[in-house]
Write a protein that binds this ligand. Structure first.
Ligand code: SAH
Length: 238
């Protein structure tokens, strides 16, 4: 059986004692039924992956003792995902898949046709953590708070280019091979697509590169996965 992996928001180093909070203790003792002495793998998003031994375990708390580093830190490419939240389960899916596919930061935005007014940032962040635990990663993308697309663009760093998944270009997928590597963000619209005003603003911005994701209109969650995969294959770390 492969080792249980746990994200720990704590400095990691050989011999380091790490207290477990109630959730972590419940997961290790209550759910996974791991006795003291079991070695698990931990990571904190910056120091790589480490073996850690459960040195005290109870239902409400416990302690890990960090042993040896087992993998170096590996950060994803400098790729952000900007997306308009949709229904709860599909939004969760987008965050989970973005973390698995190697997005470095996840930015939910409100657009003219966004169906959702609110997000549970803490819940989405927890999904990103779980995805990192699952996929053997050592990095956890930050999930930002919800902002409007226009506000986000007002303060946008123009040296970070935006790969805009533009449904009006539906047709043969655009080749990304001509684009330069560097700081990027992928932008995915909501089920209703982008408004005329948004299309104009995006089209006029020099840092925005519109792309087609192929001959079919994809649902927003599918589009997010497709765009991240396309990016990683051409300009990322695949
Ligand atoms: N209601 C819109 C479709 C929105 S699909 C319409 O019928 O035109 C949701 C989002 O997924 C879009 O805003 C876009 O960002 C992305 N998307 C879906 N299919 C795409 C494609 N073939 N090319 C580029 N982007 C696409």
């Amino acid at each position: 059986m492969s080792k249980v992996r746990l994200f720990i928001d704590h400095p990691l180093g050989s011999g380091q004692a790490v207290p477990l909070n109630a959730d972590q203790a419940h997961y290790l003792s209550g759910v996974m039924r791991l006795p003291a002495g079991t070695v698990i793998e931990v990571f904190n998003g910056q120091d790589g992956a480490w073996d850690a031994e459960i040195t005290a375990a109870s239902k409400r708390g416990g302690e890990l003792t960090v042993r040896a580093q087992v993998a170096p830190q590996r950060d994803p490419p400098d790729l952000w995902l900007i997306f308009a939240p949709i229904k709860k389960a599909r939004t969760d899916f987008i965050v989970e898949k973005a973390a698995e596919l190697g997005a470095a930061r996840i930015l939910p935005v409100q657009t003219a046709f966004t169906n959702s007014e609110r997000i549970r940032q803490d819940r989405l962040q927890a999904h990103a953590v779980e995805a990192a635990e699952q996929c053997g990663g050592t990095f956890v993308p930050e999930v930002a708070g919800l902002v409007s697309l226009s506000k986000l663009l007002d303060s946008w760093d123009p040296t970070r280019r935006i790969l805009w998944a533009d449904e009006s270009r539906v047709g043969p997928a655009d080749a990304l091979s001509g684009l330069e590597r560097g700081k990027w963000a992928v932008l995915i619209g909501p089920e209703g697509g982008f408004s005329e005003a948004e299309r104009k603003r995006l089209s006029d911005a020099a840092f925005v590169q519109p792309v087609s994701l192929g001959p079919r209109i994809l649902r927003a969650d599918t589009a997010a996965v497709a765009a991240l995969a396309l990016f990683q294959a051409h300009l990322g770390d695949w």
